[in-house]
Design a protein around this ligand. Sequence first.
Ligand SMILES: *Cc1c(COP(=O)(O)O)cnc(C)c1O
Length: 382
Amino acid sequence: MSGPGFETLAIHAGQEPDPRTGAVVPPIYQVSTYAQDGVGGLRGGYEYSRTANPTRTALEECLAALEGGTRALAFASGMAAEDCLLRTVCQPGDHVLIGHDAYGGTYRLFDKILTRWQVSYQPVPMSDAGAVRQALAERPARVVWVETPTNPLLSIVDLAALAQACREAGALLVVDNTFASPYLQNPLALGADVVVHSTTKYLGGHSDVVGGAVVVADPALGERLAFSRNATGAVAGPFDAWLTLRGIKTLAVRMDRHSQNAARVAGVLATHPAVTAVLYPGLPSHPGHEVAAKQMRGFGGMVSFRVRGDEEAAVAVCGRTRLFTLGESLGGVESLIEHPARMTHASAAGSPLAVPGDLVRLSVGIESGDDLLEDLTQALAG
Ligand SMILES: *Cc1c(COP(=O)(O)O)cnc(C)c1O
């Protein structure tokens, strides 16, 4: 017998009705400390909310169930999750491979912070499994850090193939699953060791909370991470955990609509004379389409495209939309547009991870698809 389906887990995992009151939603335990029955006599396993808090526990149990992990840990932000994970699994002298179009903040964490702790990094095109194998053969890596689809170029990495290469080389495969969300893709089932999320994006889903998570397959690594997080302290607060859990309940229906609207947008952009290229893994012309179809349940809500002309033409399109709001971030119910080279990825300018100036990134929301298409068409008409 198979277990409960994704939609059921999203609503119920970690969220039994409160035993004392019957509240059907986990309460916001806005509390720092817990009364003890005699020294060390904990009533529910809780002693101090940096270590553990019941609202956060509910979120963590839900996230572990959705990713098929043994344990999840919720953090104050996606970057806090990445930082804690890397400082737990890496030591000075270690080497890490990152995608050559990694999220700008991840690149900055490696380039500006971790290098000072003698952890080196090397950008590699992760969609080329041969290049990854070669890099691993040339210099052993503690961690291989990938995103798929990537931000903002939407390239696709074959996770099963990469997991095999990492196993053979003794490297830990970490997948930043923020763009796909656990509804569309479960890296642990494909052989990855660790999943990272910015829960700020699709998991929270409403652009009203910042958070992060790490989900692991190995319980021993889960213990080490729980120790590190307690020691360093970047936990998710109870209200943030509660908002994220509230968002997760509708993740499945939201992702279906995000994917549906994004597919329509990509289709229209693909034939538009003002657009020179559309980067969307749902298009059969996308180089990663087949791999995406194999490892994802849908193609997601992120679409990037290149505008005919120069960087200024792309910036102008970003300034002309009315329904797509000009802003950073992604994954909320509302549609957003942005210019990666000058906004989200400005910190990668001049580096090997710099993005093209004519690129525009869309986070396609769940508004009426007709309205979204009309808005983009008028913005491209100039
Ligand atoms: C936003 C984002 C992060 C960082 O998460 P924060 O919650 O903003 O700290 C990491 N990875 C990806 C792919 C992201 O989009």
